[in-house]
Design a protein around this ligand. Structure first.
Ligand code: URP
Ligand code: ZN
Ligand code: ZN
Length: 479
């Protein structure tokens, strides 16, 4: 294993900033200090640049069979794209995909898919769809000991991924007993279905109508219900892809009560808006995801949630489908829903641009400082999902997942040059300041400027430990 010395950069963690050299050897950070006198195989000069922990994206869907198709980004293309954007770890999903697939089988199935392709490190949230048997509940309870310390449940997509409240509550009780965290897709799937059916009966299924089938309150109600169930079970809860001020209000109220409640939002809810696709015809399919990308006025509420700390994490929900069915290796993509939003696979790309966008919108535009940027994109994801302090920090002994971030490099986001295997970019033509100049994963330089240097399949599965969450009260229900 080679050694790397990063000289003269501004080391930035979630809580401090100072100029120092950082020496990486054998995959870990071994020395940090001024003018280190060490012999290194490679020297990276970082004067005038930030030296930050590798980004951690805790919400991706790579190579996933979903919405009657498969996501365009495989484990290979998705993790290469992530690396170019400064992300060195993803936590994706292992879903119980079919009747008879147990929680442990779901994890093993996804590990087999990822292991030969991933170029950065990865873990899985167990996405439970069936906890009806004692056997499955026992397997779920065993998972945290095996390094799977988060369970995902969906309150939407009836007939496929949606689970009932009993399943959610059971998972929360297991999480409470095993110090895991439950993550929720919080939308009321029954209400969405009913509104959608009524739109269909009235012939109102044009692409942009997707948003109208997902009003703010379906998210607010489910968020409230999920938080209340977590309080009754005594578990920590994390709301994924929070998109609406109504849901944000629920998170704020729970936090104010001292409950262990956390939430992420995603760049698409901060940088894109309903007005961008309202009159776009099939082009609107680019924006279709759930919860939907909402009115522009909603963006300010989410930025406020980031500023107050109600939103703790930025993740992407990277779930890509192409706008053209032009790759033989992929089943039909967005075009399968042309003219009818009910058949458009839900999801948008983002893994490559998360840090570009959040640096631009946060640091460059003056909403927060560089330490908060690190906290949102690297440290809090690591803490909440049991990767900290192995990842998410520049500290001696931590994995040498390090990004040298050049604040002065200008970058234009565009599909023609991005590395995601999707034929559009939601932020096409947007100019940002700041991008990674060097990306290092466990001590190996995997991206240098425009060049990818990593080996396909070098990424490692990470057994995660206990999430750092607030002490939460014991279950408020008797057992
Ligand atoms: O539209 C979305 N978000 N697609 C991915 C699946 C999910 O709900 O996270
Ligand atoms: Zn979701
Ligand atoms: Zn998702």
């Amino acid at each position: 294993m080679t050694s790397v010395l990063i000289t003269g950069g501004t080391v930035t963690t979630a809580s401090e900033q100072y100029v120092a050299d950082v020496f990486l050897d054998d995959g870990v950070i071994v020395q940090i200090g001024a003018n280190l006198q060490v012999a290194a195989d490679t020297v990276v000069q970082a004067e005038g640049q930030y030296v930050i922990p590798g980004g951690i994206d805790v919400h991706t869907h790579l190579g996933e069979t979903v919405f009657r198709t498969i996501t365009a980004d495989s484990w290979e293309s998705g993790t290469v794209a992530a690396a170019f954007g400064g992300t060195t770890t993803v936590v994706d999903f292992a879903r119980q995909e079919r009747e008879g697939m147990s929680p442990i089988e779901a994890i093993e199935h996804r590990r087999r898919q990822a292991e030969s392709q991933a170029v950065i490190d990865y873990g899985f949230h167990l996405m439970a769809t069936n906890l009806d048997s004692q056997e499955y509940l026992e397997e779920l309870a065993a998972l945290p000991g095996e390094g799977v310390t988060s369970f995902k449940l969906l309150m939407a997509y009836p007939g496929t991924m949606m689970v009932d409240d009993l399943t959610i509550f059971r998972a929360m009780q297991v999480a409470a007993d095993t110090n895991a965290i439950v993550t929720l897709h919080a939308e009321n799937g029954h209400v969405i279905q009913q509104i959608t059916d009524q739109f269909a009966a009235a012939g109102r299924v044009q692409e942009h109508m997707h948003m109208h089938a997902h009003p703010h309150l379906v998210e607010g109600e489910a968020t409230h219900r999920g938080i209340a169930m977590a309080e009754m079970a005594g578990s920590a809860v994390y709301i994924v892809h929070l998109s609406s001020r109504t849901a944000l209000t629920e998170v704020e109220a729970a936090k104010a009560r001292g409950q262990a409640v956390y939430a992420e939002t995603c760049p698409q809810y901060l940088f894109a808006a309903y007005e961008d696709y309202e009159n776009a015809g099939f082009e609107a399919a680019k924006y279709i995801c759930s919860p939907p990308i909402r009115e522009r006025a909603n963006q300010d509420e989410l930025w406020r949630g980031i500023e107050t700390g109600a939103l703790s994490v930025i993740a992407t929900d990277h779930c890509t489908f192409r706008m053209q069915d032009d790759l033989a290796e992929l089943p039909p993509q967005k075009p399968m829903g042309k003219g009818d939003f009910r058949y458009i696979p839900n999801g948008v790309p983002g893994v490559e641009n998360r840090m570009h966008l959040m640096y631009q919108g946060g640091v460059v535009e003056g909403r927060y400082d560089m330490m908060r940027f690190v906290d949102l994109n690297c440290t809090m994801p690591a803490k909440l999902f049991g990767l900290y302090p192995r990842k998410g920090i520049i500290a001696i002994g931590a994995d040498a997942d390090v990004v040298v971030w050049d604040p002065n490099a200008d970058y234009t986001i565009e599909a023609a040059t991005h590395h995601m295997r999707v034929d559009y970019n939601l932020y096409e033509g947007m100019q940002v300041s700041g991008r990674p100049s060097t990306v290092i994963s466990r001590g190996e330089i995997i991206v240098s400027g425009e060049e990818f240097l990593g080996q396909i399949g070098r990424g490692q599965y990470i057994r995660r430990s206990t999430p750092y969450v607030l002490d939460h009260p014991q279950s408020v229900t008797a057992r």
